[in-house]
Design a protein around this ligand. Structure first.
Ligand SMILES: [Zn+2]
Ligand SMILES: [Zn+2]
Length: 265
């Protein structure tokens, strides 16, 4: 059957084509337009008036389609449909096959990833109140879920929480807390990741050489690695007295002092 003639014959009623029928047509060459080019400004009524009651050639639908990206011919169902219908009731489909469509979408998404992130950050910083209000409402509405998530996060990030609490503790007492992760790494490697006092190698804690209660802050020139045993034994004591009592070795004190004094500049 000649599709063009068929459409001309039934004119505007081309959408009456049976649903199963359209996929049987093949186009050989480009079909001539039945009437002038379709302009989007015109309403269907206007178009009907100018073109004597007939619509422009509907998009022809073929059973197979060639992907514009990988160039492989596939059946129509392997192309995503667009949310738009043609006159003959066939769905317009994406020009890329499904894997290519996804790939293109992914490329588009990541091509401006950093730009978009910057834009989001900028917006968030200028709409701080709006954001915090929205977050507060969300927390109120999903109290249990948020609680669960927080618990899970704390479980996964114990180190962060310890760090945070330590900072809070010193800041509360008005003491400086300026130790950066880099400085901490530096100190740890200087002491060979061993307890600064007993040279134990294992789980280490941050020890305030001059205790917090005596005004020692969390700074590069006051934090040394210490094993749990030494840390809890030392507690609020004067470092020199404690070292002499526990180890009877003045050298330990000197070596630590030497390092810390270098950091205080
Ligand atoms: Zn493809
Ligand atoms: Zn120790």
């Amino acid at each position: 059957m000649c599709y063009t003639r068929y459409v001309q014959a039934i004119g505007y009623g081309a959408f009456l084509l049976p649903r199963t029928g359209y996929s049987q047509f093949r186009i050989v060459g480009k079909a001539p337009p039945v009437c002038g080019p379709k302009t989007s400004r015109q309403s269907p009524e206007q178009r009907m008036a100018t073109h004597g009651g007939r619509l422009a050639m509907p998009r022809l639908i073929t059973a197979r389609k060639t992907c514009a990206r990988c160039g492989i011919e596939k059946v129509r169902e392997e192309f995503y449909p667009k949310k738009r219908m043609t006159v003959c009731n066939g769905v317009v489909r994406s020009k890329y096959c499904i894997p290519c469509h996804l790939a293109v979408a992914r490329e588009d998404y990541y091509s401006n990833h950093f730009q978009r992130r910057e834009a989001n950050r900028l917006w968030m910083s200028t709409h701080r109140e709006q954001v915090s209000e929205k977050n507060r409402l969300y927390r109120e509405r999903n109290r249990e879920k948020v609680c669960e998530l927080n618990k899970a996060w704390i479980g996964r990030n114990r180190q962060h929480v310890y760090e945070y609490n330590r900072r809070r503790r010193t800041q509360k007492q008005g003491l400086p807390s300026t130790l950066t992760p880099g400085q901490k790494t530096d100190t740890w490697s200087y002491f060979d990741s061993r307890c600064a006092y007993c040279k134990y190698k294992g789980e280490l804690t941050e020890d305030h050489f001059i205790p917090v209660t005596c005004g020692g802050g969390r700074t590069w020139d006051n934090i040394v690695p210490a094993c749990k045993s030494c840390n809890s034994s030392k507690r609020h004591s004067d470092p020199l007295k404690w070292i002499i009592i526990r180890f009877g070795d003045f050298g330990i004190y000197l070596s630590i002092i030497e390092y810390l004094e270098r950091q205080s500049g």
